[in-house]
Design a protein around this ligand. Structure first.
Ligand code: CNA
Length: 322
């Protein structure tokens, strides 16, 4: 009951953009929770807007999908990786410049008031804007891993495959498999020698079927960018950071997300109820109740807030590739 009363009091305390300005001015440990809406002005479509990726996938109808969300579903990916790879170049981060929102987050960090930026985005634009304390909750294209042997490679290694719409397979798996086969051969040969002819007939059995089964088929593993798909768990770093940050945070600002994807969407309920919450988004949400909702274009809103705070959002320093 005391929690409910505390939350009630807080809800009555703040509501306007004036309150938002005051809160930002007086807060020292701000968490920014961001989503695809802070990158739409960079030219990267979000998921759920009417012009977003889901609507595009549905309208285009050129991919073999029952539901657009399948594009990012791990079971579907294992079954048909070629579908994701025929599409991935559309979302591959290249030639994008950080938006005023990304640069505003960097500004908060420079002012020493950013506790952490939890981003759901996979475009790495926060890093390009220079934000140091960013947690890419859903991973990124920075690295990629083999689904079978888990070997991790730099994301650049698979860039040519993404651009040419081909599925990359793991070279390490292939080499490991060849190594294993060679070792098995050597073991068999030495057993034959040491056990004599009679026993050798037993060792001679063809185990290759059994071995193939253990290996899971003769093909090397598929390489997948280290972005979190539906059906995959988040890195434990997310829980660890949140556990620590919830003790310190004094303001939560949520920008450009529909808050539909758990567990990131649950950050709002995991931080103490006494911490004020500001929600900046183009469209309203109805399943959560932040104290202050600032609806509109996120870049314009953070620019307004900066003006009111007497701050200047830094200009972009990143230059797009030719
Ligand atoms: P979402 O569900 O598509 O929601 C985006 C929200 O942003 C929507 O509510 C929009 O109304 C809002 N929005 C769009 N443009 C603006 C704008 N200019 N100003 C303010 N608000 C705006 O995407 P979420 O981020 O909530 O969902 C999480 C998914 C999306 C994560 O798994 C991401 O990996 C994934 N995603 C990331 C990117 C990226 O990295 N840029 C792009 C598309 C999807």
């Amino acid at each position: 009951l005391s929690r409910i009363l505390r939350r009630r009091t807080r809800l009555e305390q703040y509501s306007s953009i004036e309150d938002a300005v005051k809160l930002i001015k007086t807060s020292k440990k701000i968490i920014i929770l961001s989503g695809a809406g802070i990158s739409t002005s960079c030219g990267i479509p979000d998921f759920r807007s009417s012009t977003g990726l889901y609507a595009n996938l549905q309208n285009e109808g050129k991919f073999d999908l029952d539901d657009p969300q399948q594009m990012f579903d791990i079971s579907y990916f294992r079954e048909k990786p070629e579908v994701f790879y025929s599409f991935a170049k559309q979302i591959y981060p290249s030639n994008f410049i950080p938006s005023p929102c990304h640069r505003w987050i960097k500004l908060l960090e420079d002012k020493g008031v950013l506790l952490r930026n939890y981003t759901q985005n996979i475009d790495t634009l926060e890093s390009l804007a220079g934000v140091q304390n960013v947690l890419q909750c859903h991973g990124s294209f920075k690295t990629a891993s083999c689904l079978r042997c888990k070997t991790r490679v730099p994301g650049q290694n698979i860039e040519p495959y993404i651009m040419s719409q081909q599925v990359p397979y793991c070279g390490i798996c292939k080499a490991k498999r060849a190594e294993e086969m060679e070792l098995q051969k050597k073991i068999k040969e030495s057993l034959k020698k040491s056990k004599g002819k009679a026993k050798a007939s037993w060792d001679d059995q063809d185990d290759s079927e059994e071995e193939e089964r253990e290996w899971g088929g003769g093909e090397p593993g598929i390489i997948k960018p280290d972005i979190t798909f539906f059906g995959q768990a988040l890195d434990s770093e997310f829980d660890e950071c949140l556990f620590k940050d919830r003790e310190e945070v004094d303001l939560l600002i949520v920008i450009g997300t529909s808050l539909k994807v758990a567990p990131v969407s649950e950050v709002l309920t995991h931080i103490p109820h006494s911490v004020p919450q500001i929600y900046i988004n183009l469209t309203p949400v109805h399943h959560v109740h932040p104290d202050i909702c600032l609806l509109g274009d996120a870049d314009s809103i953070v620019t307004y807030l900066s003006d009111r705070l007497g701050w200047n959002i830094p200009l972009p320093t990143a230059v797009p590739k030719p």
